[in-house]
Structures are given as structure tokens and as C-alpha cells.
Design a protein around this ligand. Sequence first.
Ligand code: FAD
Length: 510
Amino acid sequence: MSRVQQCADSPLRVVIVGGGTAGLMTAAALTALAGRTCAVTLIEAADIPIIGVGEATLPHLRAFVARLGIDETAFMAATSATFKLGIRFSGFGARDSDYFHPFGDYGPDFGRAEFHHYWLRRHAAGDAAPLGDYGIADMAAAANRFARPEDMQWSGEHDTAGLPYGYAYQFDATRFAPFLRDWTCARGAQRREAQVTRVVRSSENGRVLALEIADGQRVSGDLFIDCSGFRAILRDEDLWEDWSHWLPCDRAVAVPCTAAGATIEPYTRAKAMDAGGWRWRIPLQHRVGNGYVYPSAFVGDDHAQDTLLAALEGAPLADPRVLRFRAGRQRRAWAHNVVAIGLAAGFLEPLESTSIHLVQAAITHLIEHFPDAQGCDADRDGFNRAMDAEHDRIRDFLILHYHATIRDDAPFWTHVRTMAVPDTLAATLELWRETAQVARYGFGLFKPPSWVAVLIGQGMIPRRWDQRADAAPADMLARELAGLRASIADRVAALPNHSATLARVAASSA
Ligand code: FAD
């Protein structure tokens, strides 16, 4: 029985402030999963716009959509979504380097060591085949092909080329929140369109009693969720942990453009920029999303904007929009009876599309630690510990992309290459360099294949590999891997073109 079901006798009055992606995902999840055990009220200010540039997601969002019982086809039609097999990174290791971070595994473990150890052995012997040749998501992205794994007949087979891969969505974030709003309100959530002007707290224990909205009315509740974005209006203490010395990008300029007949690639592109920072390209059904994420200490606003506009492949569909942020998080995201979710709880930066995932993770941990009306310190502490771990792990993975560069062609790249990194990341790098191992953790992003993709993709080749990969004779291993490459290539050739799959999905919704 879930924690949410346990409190069925005393429905909790949950008040969510904010109608952005975080507020609507939280409202939808609580409405769907908590049912009549909690009454959800959503307050959103119509005149304070949402950030709404989050266009690239991670595979976990599929589970979120499915768990709500939302039909994938309807969701994709409403948000003009495309499929995403991963991210292609250019220029992050060496200036001319290129690699793919796929949602999927590389090769089989042959019953012994993880696949990358065999690859390292072949690499040391002079085999030039890149690691990506051994992953279906990687090869399919390169060929611009896509099918859902469950739609392919070979899905679930256990021969060596039947490797698992996943997918996520690239979508129009400005359409996601309204889609969820309609869905949530149709299922009983109350919505107030108003600005919160005052937070009424108990002088005894700091708990929030009610929120005053613009017309002077009060909305009272038991649990308050702060999804008010960077404003974090329910916060009563500033416990900001600043990470900008590790993640110096603090601005982004974003502009969508027409697709102009461009290929709708089933992946996001992230291109490291010479002056510093990186540029994203996210193809949707109806347009292409573009942005330049940059460190203001190294790159001027005008340079960023001019560079982005010059790189557009189609006509701009809006004026460029500059967004400012600071990498870091609020410690104690849950304090008293207020839980901060989304940008109100922190933001790292858009690289690796983790922010909407962190919203989802916070919702999951909140449901696991769902309180009763009195509240319980153990629930709060459990939630805070889990969210701290989620943030720390993502932080280290993002820093890796900058730090594991060999670039010295600009002050920004020299800075990130030579900067001190968190102890946890330093330990991860030491383990990798010496043993080619990546430690696993019980929950949270990212799993070892993701680390391996970035480490090897950015040219960080470890000193040795797992000795178990030496068990097979060299010629047999060479034959196995060549056969595996051919088999993966055959499977990928059988996949339909990404646009054809999108058209089929769209036709099924018509
Ligand atoms: P917001 O979207 O800012 O929403 C805040 C809400 O609070 C609004 O509805 C506003 O009206 C309301 N509000 C504020 N004050 C009040 C008040 N006083 N009273 C009532 N209501 C109030 N994430 C990804 O996963 N993938 C990406 O590719 C990605 N790219 C990004 C690129 C950039 C440049 C940035 C800055 C972020 C990106 N993100 C991405 C993050 C993603 O956009 C956010 O995590 C997501 O949109 C959640 O935002 P939010 O709902 O917390 O805040």
C-alpha cells in the first residue's frame, strides 16, 4: 500500500503555487495517484510567464506519461513531440571531436566484464571501431532511424545484438503545461488564476497556514508545494548552495526557427562553442528549438545572440529570449510544510536535459514520503536526503562534460579543464583512470553506460581494463565484435526512418 493510500481517512489539502512544467506535473501526479486522498488546488499567476524552454527530456518521462494513463500518441500530437535517442556532443573533448550519449547499453557483457572493457582491449590493440558502433540507439541516431523498441519484432531477444535501448521526447514545452492543465482540471484539481501576494505563517513553528492572493482572499492548506520557479516565493530561509564555480554557464539565449525542410533527427545536438558554453538544437515536428548556453564571465550577450542567430538553419520564429540563472540548489527543499519542486528548488543548467527529470524525481520521492496533516520529520528528512543525492549525482555528471576536455583554445575551456572539481567527481575520475570502473548507485542519474559514453567519447581512456575481458583469445574477440557490429548494423537498417515513424504515430491519432 502506498503512503498516499495510507492517509485516505484524512484527505490532505495540497496547495501548489505555479503553473509551469513543475507545478502542472506535480498537480497531475497528485491528482492521479493520490485520488480522493488529497485535494489539490493549483494557484498560478497569468501575468508571470513560465520558463517553458525545456524541450529535451529523458526516458523517464515516458513512464510519467504512461503512469497517468495518458495516451502517448495524444501527448505527442499535443506537444508536437519527436522521439529522442540521446544527445550528440560535438567539440567537448577535442575541438573536432564528436560522440553520442545514447539512451541504451553498449554490447553484451559476454557473461563476464561489462562490454566497454572488451572494447578497451580491442582499442589498445588498434581496432578503430568507435564504442558507438556497439549500441543500437547510437547507430540508429546516426542513420536517422527510429522505432519504439516494443514495436520491433526482435525486441526482447537475448542474442548478443538484442541490446536494450530507450527513448525520450523532444517537445514544445509551452504546450506541455497547458496540456497537463486541461488533463488535471478535468480530474478534479481546483485552479485559481491569481498572484500570491503574502504567505501567512504560524509564529510558533514556521508552518505555512495560508496564502493570500491578489483579491485579498486566503487559500489555506496542509501541504504547500512551491513551484513558483526562480522566484521561490514560499521560501523563508535562503540555503542556496552555489555551484557556479563548477558550472559557470549562467545565461542562455533561446530562439525557435522554422525547420525549412531540415531532417527531423531523433536526437538533440549539443555543440561546444569556441568562446565558451554550448549550443543546443532540438528538432520538433513543427520547428527547431535553438539556444546558446553561455558563461557571462567569458561571453558577452551580443556575441552569444549574434552567434546563435548566424547558426540558425531557418527563419527565426520569435525574438531571441535571454534567460539568466545560477547553478546550484536550495538545501532542505522541504522545510516545515513547504516542498520546493522545479526551478524553485534549484537549477544546474540545460546540458543533458535533467531539469524536468528532477521535477519527476521530486514528485516520486514526495509520494514515497507523503505526509499526513501533522507532518513528520522523517518524511521531510528522507525526501531532502534523496533530492540532495539526485542533485549531487547530476552535478558531477554535468561538470564531467566540461572538465574532461583537452581544449586549450579559449580561456573558458582552459578554466574548466584545470579547475578543481568536487571530491566525489575526483574519486569517480580516479577510479575510472585506474580501473575503467564506474561505481553504481541505488537510484538517480546517471547509470554506468552514460558515464562510459562521455568518458570514452571525450577521450579519457583508462590505464587498464577489467582482467576478465582478457579471458577470450584475441582473434576470437575480434571476430565476436566484428560480428556484433554487423548484426547491430543489420538491425538498424531494418528500422524505419524517424519521420516515417512520426507520420505513422500522427496518423494513428487522427
Ligand atoms: P516556471 O516555468 O518559471 O513556472 C513558474 C510558475 O510560477 C509560473 O506559472 C508563474 O506564473 C508562477 N508564479 C510565480 N510567482 C507566482 C506568484 N507570486 N503567484 C502565483 N504564481 C506565481 N529542462 C529540461 O528538462 N530540458 C531542457 O531541455 C531544458 N532546457 C532549459 C533551458 C533553459 C535556458 C532553462 C533556463 C531551463 C531549461 N530547462 C530544461 C528547465 C525547465 O525549463 C524547467 O525545469 C521547467 O520548465 C520547470 O520550471 P518551473 O515550473 O519550476 O518554473
